[in-house]
Design a protein around this ligand. Structure first.
Ligand code: ADP
Length: 308
């Protein structure tokens, strides 16, 4: 094993579906152990990449290494050490959490009954479902079901845990509980959180990439990426009628309605016009700057060294 035994290396991965959609275009990422965010809008190619990492489909080109394991050619070895929580996690509604987890543990190859009992208890406690272990999964809330999915994904101590769009459909309290659970997962394994929700990444991930139309637009640490935009994000309040003209004149990265008016954020190295005020850049600014082409790897470094 190399210096970074548990890291994931993705090099030049491309995938075109039979219908002609180029879902991944020469994707390269170096993913260290810890929480990693893969952020992008719907249709960006996240699930395609996640399914490829999970050995459920093959790319047309490229190489993927998990430590020493070649993910594309050594599928059985990857599956031994992989946890995958897909967007939609189906459960048997009539089984209890305890029964179902025990069943999945058998599938994972944990044959000793005592070892299974210890493992399932540990995971049900970790996911805060121990008190509900006898309850039928059909009666679980969305958040409980997601946490149960994490318990299943964690069977066998995976070196690579893939979580695809986990908080969509959770209410705010469930979301917080779920994110707290993810944040407790070891720093020793690679945990990839694939999402279109910027806050999920901002709150949890020490590293991330932004993907759109099958291409990586930015690979960075969220805090550093936001710091690199210092002095370049401006906001102003305008009317709906004046918005189109403003969009013509300035590099608008996002607009939000506020009390019937539009709160506009603009990318600009200097004050765009009177009436614009400088704001502290956040990860949402990084995301929208990247998506609108203002902020990309080619100009990332020069920007971060230019004084605001
Ligand atoms: P995301 O997870 O970011 O929403 P996907 O990987 O699901 O993105 O999709 C990327 C693109 O590939 C989309 O344009 C989608 O319509 C297309 N796509 C995904 N799966 C298939 C498939 N099995 N066959 C054809 N096109 C697909």
């Amino acid at each position: 094993m190399g210096k970074n035994p548990a890291g994931l290396s993705i090099r030049g991965v491309s995938k075109k579906y039979a219908n002609g959609v180029q879902a991944l275009h020469n994707v390269s990422l170096a993913i260290p152990p810890g929480m990693y965010g893969l952020l992008g809008p719907n249709g960006a190619g996240k699930s395609t990449l996640m399914r490829t990492l999970a050995t459920l489909q093959e790319p047309d080109a490229g190489q993927i290494l998990l430590g020493d394991i070649d993910v594309i050619t050594q599928k059985a070895a990857v599956r031994q050490t992989l946890g995958y929580l897909p967007q939609e996690f189906g459960v048997y509604p009539k089984a209890s959490a305890e029964e179902m987890l025990d069943y999945f543990a058998v599938l994972k190859g944990i044959t000793s009954r005592a070892a299974r009992r210890a493992t399932t208890e540990d995971l049900l406690r970790k996911t805060n479902l121990w008190d509900k272990r006898k309850q039928k999964l059909g009666g679980y809330s969305g958040g409980m079901r997601q946490r149960f999915g994490v318990a299943v994904a964690l069977l066998g101590n995976p070196q690579l845990l893939i979580v695809d769009e986990p908080t969509a459909g959770l209410d705010p309290a469930e979301r917080v509980r779920f994110l707290n659970l993810l944040s407790e997962l070891g720093e020793h394994s690679v945990v990839i959180l694939s999402t279109h929700i910027v806050e999920d990444v901002a709150e949890l991930c020490s590293n991330m990439a932004i993907i759109n139309q099958g291409q990586i637009l930015l690979e960075a640490a969220p805090l550093e990426a936001a710091a690199a935009l210092q002095g370049r994000i401006w906001r102003t309040l305008t009317t709906k009628q004046a918005l189109p003209a403003l969009e013509q004149e300035h590099r608008v990265i996002s607009t939000k309605l506020l009390g019937g008016r539009s709160l506009v954020r603009v990318y600009s190295p200097a004050q765009p016009a009177p009436g614009f005020e400088a704001v502290e850049p956040d990860l949402e600014d990084v995301y929208f700057s990247a998506l609108t082409g203002c902020f990309h790897p080619a100009n990332q470094r020069p920007q971060s060294t230019v004084a605001p």
